[in-house]
Write a protein that binds this ligand. Structure first.
Ligand code: CP
Ligand code: NVA
Length: 308
């Protein structure tokens, strides 16, 4: 069975826990090394990952490339606009062809149905590098960062402020898998996917949605936000106005636990969803979180290739 990583549940709790352990261990084992030097065991020696980007990326693109190098393999980028996919070749045919040429496919796209179709026709692993629905790879790095900063996942209280977007959907999915609490402060009309919330609740997670930003943050161990306007969305004035009470600033952050962490998947829009004072504060772990994208991708890659 080909392993795809389209959402966190494709792996499940035990495999994700194994990935988090592997990511932490490999990170420690190569501390201080030049970043392009392969790990001693080069477990993906000879393997090539094709990365298709139908949307912009800095972290996902660089972290997957570096992850493949460190595991002894390599990656190539297909900018959708310059491929035949961008001229109308079908996803199914693209999947069939790439499966004959490379060992795995990572794709960043808009409609989640596209990645499901790609996975259906691919005979090599497909990894979700972000869709309009979800961003599972980001959340593996986020969980690694939370644990690395000394916080255990079961019972953790995590506050989300702002747009109910793809990143929040995957965080809620993680809450169901690892039994932590999410309090989402999200304005009316911008809620996250109801299906993700229902499934997480059914799995035993406490997911609360509130219109009150201070209530969402109160006593939280981790405070998270993301851009108010995701890729592919309009920078509509009414959306920005609705989001503004959910800006994470020092006054709001003061309501969280004294040792609360601040996370943001980046890129940040300083002065919109977060102020400089918060993102540049000692509570902010955003640079660790960004670095952990490399370590987390390595464990995701090892899992899809059957090594975890
Ligand atoms: N967080 C994240 O996915 O960043 P990029 O859009 O730069 O890949
Ligand atoms: N929610 C953002 C995440 C970017 C990494 C977007 O989809 O644009």
């Amino acid at each position: 069975m080909t392993r795809h990583f389209l959402n966190l549940s494709d792996a499940g709790t035990d495999a994700l826990a194994a990935m988090l352990g592997d990511a932490t261990q490999r990170k420690a084992a190569r501390a201080g090394w030049p970043k392009g030097l392969p790990d001693d065991d080069t477990p993906l020696r000879g393997r090539v990952l094709a990365m298709i980007f139908e949307k912009n990326s800095t972290r996902t693109r660089v972290s997957f490339d570096m992850a493949m190098r460190q595991l002894g393999g390599s990656a190539l980028v297909l900018d959708a606009g310059t491929t035949q996919l961008g001229r109308g070749e079908t996803i199914a045919d693209t999947a069939r062809v790439l499966s004959r040429m490379v060992d795995g496919i990572m794709i960043r796209t808009d409609d989640h149905a596209k990645i499901e179709e790609l996975a259906h026709y691919a005979s090599v692993p497909v990894i979700n590098g972000l869709t309009d629905q979800s961003h599972p790879c980001q959340i593996v790095a986020d969980l690694q960062t939370i644990i690395e900063h000394g916080k255990a996942l079961p019972g953790l209280e995590l506050a989300w402020l702002g747009d109910g977007n793809n990143v929040l959907n995957s965080l809620i999915e993680a809450a169901g898998l690892f039994k932590f609490k999410v309090r989402a402060g999200v304005p009316l009309g911008y809620e996250s996917d109801a299906g993700f919330i229902e499934r997480a609740r059914a799995a035993g997670a406490t997911i609360t949605v509130t219109r009150n930003a201070a209530e969402a943050v109160r006593g939280a161990d981790v405070v998270v936000t993301d851009t108010w306007v995701s890729m592919g969305q309009d920078h509509a004035h009414n959306k920005i106005a609705a989001m503004s009470p959910y800006q994470i600033n020092s006054a709001l952050m003061a309501g969280a636990a004294g040792d609360a962490l601040f996370l943001h998947c980046l890129p940040a829009h300083r002065g919109e969803e977060v102020t400089d004072a918060v993102i540049d504060s000692p509570q902010s772990a955003v640079w660790d979180e960004a670095e952990n994208r490399v370590h987390a991708q390595k464990s995701i890659l090892r899992w899809v290739f059957g090594q975890l």
